[in-house]
Design a protein around this ligand. Structure first.
Ligand code: ATP
Length: 323
């Protein structure tokens, strides 16, 4: 069993809807197991500054339905240095922190690995709208972001229909195309352009639009992942080649906000409580992951070495259904 008495919890990297639900689960499950819980504000930056508060059952009341992160988040260049990690360890000691649970992405988990080398017990919970963490099929915030994008697509479709237009929508995802691929299918896009797959603008965008027009289509949707970019240029090219009026929309940070979906709240609650349960059992330095519907955990180093692949059948499906 565990010698850990005090657990810190921090949200790091980009914010994602559901992070609050995960913090709430860590605090409440932690207190249930008899741990003291410290909230680290503003990511690793807050750890370096000792911006740390004692958490109680009540301090996580009224946050499960909120987007963003009530602990706030930050990116810290200082923490990513050898000196920064040593400083963070000394601050953790001052506060009596035996373990740290971080809710964030790969960059945050690299930081965890550095901290674990100095004996701090660590746990990582995948939290990013991009779903780009290799060891897990799901990251907290992904479902909410998909629903936000889908809502935007439905609105854009109304205006594209009214004007017989082509809409070119650029969605987030950093270097990964999971958001683009999923909303491409759920939004019925004529073309989906992903960073994981090389594309030819004439073959992959112009051709399906022209074929669709020949079959009687009058409005069109092209989804482009942030990792490819260039929605404005693509819209211009479509207009030049086809004479179809085209408009680009870059959705931006609206995709990161909003009240988390039920799926994100439940997944975040499960992952948060599972991370604490593992620490209670004396298991440390793991990343929580979802595999085939079940929660599992991987060694941090092993998790960071994994490579994520995009589902080729989903890409094929998006093409078949775009006819
Ligand atoms: P997201 O996917 O939302 O961007 P992330 O956790 O990958 O989340 P990053 O900005 O990459 O976001 O990382 C968050 C913080 O983790 C950084 O500001 C930095 O302090 C720390 N970090 C990132 N990379 C490393 C690294 N290689 N070694 C140590 N610490 C790191």
């Amino acid at each position: 069993m565990s010698k850990i008495k005090t657990i810190g919890v921090v949200t790091s990297g980009g914010d994602a809807p559901g992070m609050n639900a995960a913090v709430r689960a860590v605090v409440r499950a932690g207190i249930h197991y008899g741990f003291s819980i410290l909230g680290v504000r503003k990511g690793y930056e807050g750890l370096l500054r000792g911006d740390i508060v004692e958490m109680s059952l009540r301090s996580v009341g009224d946050i499960i339905h909120r987007g963003g992160t009530s602990l706030q988040t930050a990116r810290s260049a200082e923490f990513a240095t050898a000196e920064g990690v040593k400083k963070a360890i000394s601050i953790a000691k001052v506060f009596g922190m035996d373990a740290l649970i971080v809710i964030g992405g790969d960059g945050s988990f690299r930081g965890l690995l550095d901290l674990s080398k100095y004996g701090l017990a660590t746990m990582g919970i995948p939290g990013t709208i991009d779903n780009d963490i290799a060891c897990t099929e799901y990251t907290i915030g992904f479902d909410t972001a998909l629903n936000t994008v889908q809502d935007a697509i439905d609105k854009i479709r109304d205006t594209a229909y009214s004007h017989d237009r082509c809409s070119v929508l650029e969605v987030m995802g950093r270097k990964a195309g999971y958001i683009a691929l999923n909303v491409g299918i759920s939004g019925g896009a004529e073309a989906v352009i992903l960073p994981e797959k090389e594309f030819d603008i004439d073959k992959d965008i112009i051709k399906p639009i022209m074929e669709g027009r020949n079959r009687g289509k009058k409005h069109y949707l092209v989804v482009i992942a942030e990792g490819v970019g260039g929605a404005g240029e693509v819209a211009q090219y479509i207009e030049e080649k086809t004479d179809i009026k085209s408009r680009a929309t870059i959705l931006g940070h609206i995709q990161r906000g909003g009240s988390p979906t039920v799926y994100d709240r439940v997944m975040a609650s499960r992952m948060g409580a599972y991370a604490v349960k593992l620490l209670h059992e004396g298991v440390t330095n793991r990343i929580i992951a979802l595999q085939k519907g079940a929660l599992v955990n991987f060694d941090v180093q092993e998790a960071l070495a994994m490579k994520k692949t995009i589902d080729k059948d989903m890409i094929e499906l998006s093409k078949i259904l775009a006819m």
